[in-house]
Write a protein that binds this ligand. Sequence first.
Ligand code: DI6
Ligand code: FE
Length: 401
Amino acid sequence: MTETLIMNCACARMRANDQDYGLIADAAIVFGEDRIVFVGQSSDLPTQYHHLTHLDLQGRLVTPGLIDCHTHLVYAGNRAREFEMRLNGASYEEIARAGGGIISTVNATRGASEDALLADALPRVDALLAEGVTSIEVKSGYGLNYETEIAMLRVARLIAQVRPVAIRTSYLGAHAVPPEYTGRADSYIAEICIPTLRAAHAEGLVDAVDAFCEGIAFQPDQVARVFEVAKELGLPIRIHAEQLSYLGGAKMAAGFGAVSADHIEYLDENGVASMAGAGMAAVILPGAYYTLRETQAPPIDLLRKHGVPMAVSTDSNPGSSPMTSLLLAMNMACTLFQMTPQEALAGVTSRAARVLGYRDRGAIAVGQRADLAIWDVSHPSELSYRIGFNPLHKRIFGGQL
Ligand code: DI6
Ligand code: FE
């Protein structure tokens, strides 16, 4: 087994249940193949590793590779025109109701080949990787018919074949009502959304099921029908809930044992308590809040009070969060929502791993995958502090530089 020794670095271990960085000031890390076999003080390095030629990091900081646990980064086209319309006074909901919004991306995505979808997605993926991201979740939801939902999921899987990154897929057939089903959301759920979920699952394309529970999307009872099937298939459940209004989606999802509720700007304490009771995580998405110029911030204090773990993600999508910087999401989580830099870093490492059901990454510990980010910073708070600056020195994916 070839082993690699990293020396002369600071290490933020970010272990699963820690409330601190788990910092080691003068650390050594050894990995063999793709797993970490030693992490600790340099002075504690076992003699069996002393002969290894080491990589001298000259005091740089090492963190787990970052994990973006909520993205919609496979799609065609963009919505810059709509951005302009919003700034000229139209609201996100008005644009959606007028056939713009998600539906305009659905039209563009349906018209694109799988090759074109992949080619469009890769620059977004590359932007994330350039900031030390090593695992990404990618949702479907811009197809809303059998062919294109399947195509999106296939393209998401393909990303991991052409780039050094791990991909988890989520089926988001319940993202919007497609034009051919206008006014017939229940029929869309029964005739397209659920049968496509079953088919995509049978093809091995689905790692989790998500849904958009919102006035402009689906009501809790409609989403629940999709979740029944997810449960039957044994798939983890997630929900976009209480982003623009309170519909009780997070609480409903808690009843299904969901792994996360995402956005949750309008969630109340009762909803937070039901998330805590179900062992759910919250996924905080400041990019959408910022882009839509929302004013209602998610209930961070209540999430802390009830011990709900908080992940942070880009929500990278063409409409409400055209963002491909996880470092910026961390900065925004701190500045807009008063999360701490420690919470923000945990939100893109150990907490994000938990949301995606990964037990072998998100922390630096023996047995974890050697997915690491090496930064030109001296303290982990710097990762959240700067705006639009990328201090990544090197990224290690599965032990490969
Ligand atoms: N919530 C969001 O913020 C995105 N999807 C969702 O369910 C918006 C997607 C879009 O506008 O294209
Ligand atoms: Fe989203």
